[in-house]
Design a binder for this molecule. Structure first.
Ligand code: ATP
Length: 710
C-alpha cells in the first residue's frame, strides 16, 4: 500500500474513534457512550474483526453491513456507499478508509486528522481492485501489444478488457454505516431528507393550485368586465402551460418519496417480523403474520397518496369555502357545504367499520389458506376428500357479503360531489328567488361550487385511503414496534474482549447454569426448575430423559433462543446482558430438532456457510467441503450437478432426511462456536453414518452436548 493511503486510512486499532467520527461527519445520531477500540492479538482472524465491527455499531445504536459487488459495478457501489468504511486489501492489521460522500467522479474521505479530502473515485477503485487487476496484467499487456492498440486508446481498451475478464469476480470490504431498521423512524426519515421532500411537495402543490386559481381569475375577470383582450388570454394560457412541468416534477417527487419511504417501512416491518417471539408467531399463525407485512402496502399508500391528498383536499375546501362565502350563495352555500361534509363523514364512518370487518376476514382467509398449504401432504393421507372444503364456502360467502356491502358504501361515498352540486344549485336558486344577484356574484358563486366539487372528489379519495391506512396500521403496528426490540441488543462485553477465535481460546468454563428455571407463558407450572450445569472446554455431555421432560427447552435456554425466567446463566464468565443475545448465540450454537430447522432455498454452500459472510471465500468453501466429506456427504456433492453450488431447498434439489441432518450439523460446526448442542440430530442416520458423524462432531466441537434417546 502506498504512503498516501497510509496517511488517509485509519488502522484497525483506532476503529473506536473512527466509527463515531464517521457517524458524526454524516449527521447520524448515535449513542453517546465511549466505544473502546479493538484489542487485536497477532493473527486475529478476519471473522473476529467483522464480529467486532458489527457489535461496535450495534453498541452505538447503528448498523454496519458488509457489502460487495462484482468487479464492473465497483465504481457504482463506491459512489453511493457513504457513509461507509472501506477495508483496504492487505495482510496483518486491517486499515479502513472512511467514506463520507461520493459522486460518480469523486469521493470524499475523512482522514485520521479529521480532515475532509476529495479524491477521484478512480483512485479508490484502483486500490480496492489492485490485486485482481495485477493478476491479469501480463495477459492484458500481451493482448494490447498483439492487437497494436494505439497509445492514446490503450487505457480505455485496458479498462474494457478488465471489465470483461473480471466480470464475475467479487469485490467486498465495503461496510455501510446505517441506522438499523428498528432505529427511530424519524432519524431514518431525516437521514434520507424525506421530511424536506414532503414539505417541498406540499408547498409545490399549494403553489400550483394558487397558479391555477390565478389563471382562471384572470380569465373570469376579463370576461365579466368585457375586456377579454389577447393579452389576458395569453396570460391565462401562459400560466396554465407553466404549471405543466411543475406538475410533472411533483409527480416524479411523489413517486421517489413513495419508493424511499415505502422501502424504509418495509425494511422495518421485515426486521420486526424477525424479532417476534416464537410464541407470538405461533399464537397467530404464519398466514396472519405474513398478511400483516402485506398490509404495509396500504400504509404506504397513505403516506404518499392519501395523506397528501387529504391535506390538499383540506386546503381546497378552505379556499372553496372562502370563495363561496363572498359569492351570490353566501351563507346559504356555506351551510349547504357543511351539510354535504357531515353526510360524507357519516358515510365515511360506515365505510371504515365495514373495511375493518373486511380486513379481519381477509387475514383469516390468508391464515387458513397457509394452514391448508402447510398441512397439504398430511391431509392428503389422512382426510377424506369431502372434509377438505368444509368451512371454506362459509368463510368465503361471509367475505363476499361484507365486500359487497363495503363496495356499495364506497359507491355512495363517490356520489358525494354530485350530491353537493345539486345542493349548490338549489342554494343558488333559493338566493336568486329571494334577491337579484350581480353577474360577478353569480360567477364567483358558481366558481366556488366547482372548486368545492373538486375538493370533495379529492377528499373522497384521500379519506378512503386514510381509512385503509389507519386500519392497516392497526395490523402492521405490532411488527413496527417489534423491530425496536433489536435496538436493545448491545454487547459491551464482546467489545472489550481481545479479538481472537472464540472457538480456540478464552476461559475454560464454556457454560455454567445456577438454579436455572423456565416457565412457558400461559403455563401454570415451570418446565424447568433449579437446573445446575457446568460444561468445560473439551467436555462432551449426553442429555437423556423422557419425552416432554424439558430437554429441548434446556437446549433453547443454553443457546440463547429463550431467556430463563429464573437463575443465572454464564458463558465463559459473561452473561446475556454483557455478551448481547447475538454474541451469545455465536458462542453456543444449537442444532434444533428436525422440524424446527430449515434448508433455505439457495446454494448448498450458502446453507452450510450461513454463519459466515457470504459470498464465501475460497478458504471457507474448502473448509465446508472437507467437513462434508467427514460427515459422509461426499457422495451427495458428487451426485448434485452443481456440487457445492447446487441450489437446494423447497424449489431446488430435495435432500433426504439424513442428508439434511448432516447439513444442519455442518452448518453449526462451520460457525466456529465454543459449544455445539445437537437436539436429536442423529435420529435419521444409519448406524455406520451415525458413528462417522459422531466421531467428526467429537473431534471438531470444542464442547458438546448431545440430546438423544438411546
Ligand atoms: N412453545 C411452548 N409453549 C408451551 N409449552 C411448550 C412449548 N414448547 C414445549 N412446551 C412444553 O414443555 C414441555 C417440555 O417440552 P420439550 O420440548 O422441552 O421436551 P423434550 O424433553 O425435549 O421432549 P422430546 O424428547 O419429546 O423432544 C412439554 O410438556 C411441552 O408440551
Amino acid at each position: 500500500m502506498s504512503d498516501s493511503w497510509e496517511a488517509l486510512s485509519w488502522p484497525g486499532r483506532s476503529l473506536g474513534q473512527a466509527i463515531p467520527a464517521l457517524a458524526q461527519a454524516c449527521g447520524l445520531t448515535y449513542r453517546n457512550a465511549p466505544l473502546p477500540s479493538p484489542v487485536a492479538q497477532a493473527g486475529a482472524p478476519a471473522s473476529a474483526w467483522s464480529t467486532w465491527l458489527e457489535d461496535a455499531a450495534s453498541w452505538l445504536g447503528l448498523e454496519l453491513e458488509l457489502v460487495g459487488t462484482f468487479y464492473p459495478e465497483v465504481e457504482q457501489m463506491l459512489a453511493g456507499a457513504a457513509p461507509a468504511l472501506i477495508q483496504l486489501p492487505g495482510e496483518g492489521e486491517p486499515r479502513f478508509i472512511l467514506l463520507v460522500g461520493g459522486t460518480r467522479r469523486k469521493v470524499e474521505l475523512l482522514t485520521p486528522e479529521l480532515r475532509r479530502v476529495h479524491l477521484p473515485l478512480q483512485r479508490l477503485h484502483e486500490v480496492l481492485c489492485q490485486d485482481l487487476e495485477r493478476a491479469r496484467e501480463p495477459v492484458l499487456q500481451r493482448m494490447l501489444s498483439a492487437t497494436q492498440v494505439p497509445e492514446g486508446r490503450r487505457a480505455r481498451v485496458r479498462a474494457a478488457l478488465l471489465r470483461n475478464q473480471l466480470r464475475s469476480r467479487w469485490v467486498g470490504g465495503c461496510w455501510l454505516l446505517r441506522y438499523p431498521p428498528g432505529a427511530s423512524f424519524w432519524n431514518q426519515v431525516k437521514q434520507r431528507k424525506l421530511h424536506l421532500k414532503l414539505l417541498t411537495l406540499v408547498a409545490a402543490q399549494a403553489f400550483s393550485y394558487g397558479g391555477w386559481l390565478l389563471a382562471w381569475w384572470l380569465l373570469g375577470r376579463g370576461a365579466l368586465s368585457g375586456r377579454l383582450d389577447p393579452g389576458v388570454i395569453l396570460g391565462w394560457a401562459a400560466l396554465l402551460v407553466a404549471l405543466v412541468p411543475l406538475r410533472m416534477l411533483m409527480a416524479w417527487m411523489a413517486g421517489r418519496m413513495s419508493v424511499e419511504g415505502g422501502g424504509l417501512l418495509k425494511q422495518r416491518l421485515l426486521a420486526g417480523a424477525l424479532w417476534l417471539e416464537p410464541e407470538e408467531i405461533r399464537s397467530e399463525g404464519v398466514g396472519r403474520t405474513f398478511s400483516r407485512v402485506l398490509e404495509a402496502e396500504a400504509v404506504e399508500s397513505l403516506t404518499m397518496g392519501g395523506g397528501v391528498q387529504a391535506v390538499l383536499a383540506l386546503l381546497e375546501l378552505v379556499f372553496a369555502g372562502a370563495i363561496l362565502a363572498v359569492g351570490a350563495g353566501g351563507g346559504v352555500h356555506l351551510a349547504l357545504l357543511l351539510v354535504a361534509l357531515a353526510a360524507g363523514a357519516l358515510v365515511g364512518w360506515r365505510y371504515a367499520r365495514l373495511r375493518a370487518q373486511w380486513t379481519g376476514l381477509r387475514l383469516l382467509l390468508t391464515h387458513e389458506l397457509s394452514e391448508r398449504m402447510l398441512g397439504y401432504r398430511t391431509r392428503l393421507m389422512h382426510e377424506t376428500l369431502e372434509q377438505w372444503h368444509h368451512d371454506e364456502d362459509q368463510a368465503l360467502s361471509q367475505y363476499l357479503s361484507v365486500s359487497r356491502r363495503m363496495d356499495g358504501v364506497q359507491v355512495l361515498l363517490g356520489t358525494l360531489p354530485r350530491v353537493w352540486m345539486v345542493l349548490g344549485l338549489l342554494g343558488l336558486l333559493h338566493t336568486l328567488v329571494s334577491a337579484p344577484a350581480s353577474p360577478e356574484g353569480l360567477a364567483v358563486g358558481i366558481g366556488g361550487m366547482l372548486l368545492a366539487r373538486q375538493a370533495l372528489v379529492r377528499a373522497n379519495l384521500g379519506l378512503s385511503r386514510l381509512i385503509d391506512a389507519v386500519l392497516a396500521w392497526d395490523k402492521v403496528g405490532p411488527l413496527y414496534r417489534a423491530a425496536a426490540r433489536g435496538q436493545e441488543e448491545c454487547a459491551p462485553g464482546a467489545l472489550v474482549a481481545p479479538l481472537t477465535d472464540s472457538a480456540e481460546k478464552g476461559p475454560e468454563k464454556v457454560v455454567e447454569a445456577r438454579g436455572l428455571g423456565f416457565q412457558y407463558p400461559g403455563r401454570t407450572r415451570p418446565v424447568l426448575q433449579g437446573a445446575e450445569l457446568s460444561l468445560m472446554r473439551g467436555e462432551r455431555t449426553l442429555l437423556e430423559g423422557p419425552s416432554g421432560s424439558g430437554k429441548s427447552t434446556l437446549a433453547a435456554l443454553l443457546s440463547g433462543v429463550r431467556i430463563p425466567t429464573e437463575g443465572l446463566l454464564l458463558s465463559q464468565g459473561l452473561d446475556h446482558a454483557t455478551l448481547g443475545l447475538r454474541g451469545w448465540r455465536r458462542r453456543i450454537v444449537l442444532v434444533p430438532q428436525f422440524h424446527e430447522n430449515h434448508v433455505l432455498t439457495g446454494a448448498f454452500a450458502f446453507n452450510l456457510l450461513m454463519g459466515r459472510s457470504w459470498p464465501a471465500n475460497a478458504q471457507d468453501l474448502r473448509e465446508a467441503e472437507s467437513l462434508c466429506q467427514e460427515l459422509g456427504l461426499g457422495d451427495l456433492l458428487q451426485r448434485m450437478p452443481g456440487g457445492l453450488q447446487q441450489v437446494v431447498g423447497e424449489t431446488g434439489w430435495r435432500l433426504s432426511h439424513g442428508e439434511r441432518s448432516r447439513l444442519f450439523i455442518a452448518r453449526a460446526l462451520l460457525q466456529r462456536p465454543s459449544m455445539v448442542i445437537l437436539d436429536e440430530s442423529f435420529a435419521a442416520l444409519d448406524p455406520i453414518t451415525l458413528k462417522r458423524c459422531m466421531e467428526c462432531v467429537v473431534r471438531r466441537a470444542p464442547a458438546l452436548m448431545v440430546i438423544a434417546h438411546p
